[in-house]
Design a protein around this ligand. Structure first.
Ligand code: ATP
Length: 295
């Protein structure tokens, strides 16, 4: 289990992370989601002892990362796949880490196989694509057979096939009781992989829950020929609604209630369906919009 309690980090006048708390349970994959600069890497760096927090505490299996006697045997970490030594081969990279972790060299070859890099094992990392470096980074994180994984933007640079492969690997890891947190700045990239989401914006947690919770209960999405007229008609009918950035409305009511209210006011509908996480997409859009970035 990974526990983050009231974690904050200031860099001079910049509050990079503010009072962040969440837990990552065994047997689950948590997506740590937020736009660029939201505070994801800073949080993961604090979690792995690389950046001291200004306040708060983060633990893995009940201990701070720096207190773990052989951390790589407890938690596999990949923070920056691009930062691996370009002059070493993939195999040399893993053998070096195997030595540091005290695991047999055969484990390096097994992990190269597990991430599909056996045929590239003797090539220098400098010649690897970013997607291949991500695979190597994941192999490195798995080397010590840890119960938890912390991965910063692992899907970055991976093609759709690579993302699908990683999804299978992580879901298998979690199904065996593993604890996984992975960060991303793209909702669509991780939505099919994770079962929980922690969303961070401007250094603060803005949403936290199971994917089901965050996608469900978000009402009905409706789009009309005359968006302003439809908004007025539904509001006059006593329905709660939220205009979305693309002209649609998310309404806290069933499709039938929305359809009836629109029909009663003579509004022509172009689309009427369950909103399926439109609220989450909207939250993400607001976090990543230029206005939010400037705030
Ligand atoms: N070493 C540092 N010194 C000063 N400011 C920093 C430092 N590291 C991060 N920041 C600032 O803290 C904020 C959060 O950055 P962080 O890298 O954690 O975001 P992120 O969500 O990981 O974004 P990205 O996806 O771009 O990496 C940003 O405003 C960033 O400029």
């Amino acid at each position: 289990m990974i526990t983050v309690e009231n974690l904050s980090k200031r860099y001079g006048s910049t509050a990079a992370v503010q009072d962040v708390s969440f837990t990552v349970e065994p047997g689950s994959i948590t997506g740590f989601l937020g736009p660029n600069g939201a505070g994801k890497s800073t949080t993961l760096r604090m979690l792995t002892g690389l950046t001291p927090p200004s306040s708060g505490r983060a633990t893995i299996a009940g201990k701070k990362y720096v207190e773990l006697p052989n951390p790589g045997r407890v938690v596999g970490v990949m923070l920056d796949a691009a930062a691996q030594h370009p002059g070493r081969t993939g195999r040399e990279t893993l053998l070096l880490n195997a030595g540091l972790l005290g695991v047999p060299n055969s484990r390096a070859d097994e992990m190269l196989e597990a991430v599909g890099l056996t045929s590239a094992a003797k090539r220098r990392v400098g010649q690897y694509s970013l997607g291949m470096r991500q695979r190597l980074g994941i192999a490195g994180a798995l080397l010590g057979d840890p119960a938890a994984l912390i991965l910063d933007e692992p899907a970055n640079g991976m093609d759709p096939e690579g993302i699908r492969w990683m999804r299978g690997l992580l879901q298998d890891f979690a199904s065996r009781g593993g604890t996984v947190i992975l960060s991303s700045h793209l909702l669509g990239e991780v939505q099919a992989t994770v079962d929980r989401l922690v969303v961070i914006g401007g250094g603060r947690i803005v949403a936290d829950g199971s994917l089901e919770e965050l996608l469900a209960g978000s009402g009905t999405l409706v789009r009309g020929l005359d968006p302003a007229g439809l908004n007025q008609a539904l509001t006059a009918a006593g329905l709660n609604l939220e205009p979305l950035h693309d002209g649609a409305l998310r309404v806290d009511a069933t499709a039938e209630e929305v359809g009836r209210a629109a029909a009663a006011a003579g509004q022509i509908l172009l689309e009427l369906r369950e909103s399926d996480g439109a609220g989450l997409e909207e939250l993400f859009f607001q976090l990543t919009s230029p206005a939010a970035a400037a705030a």
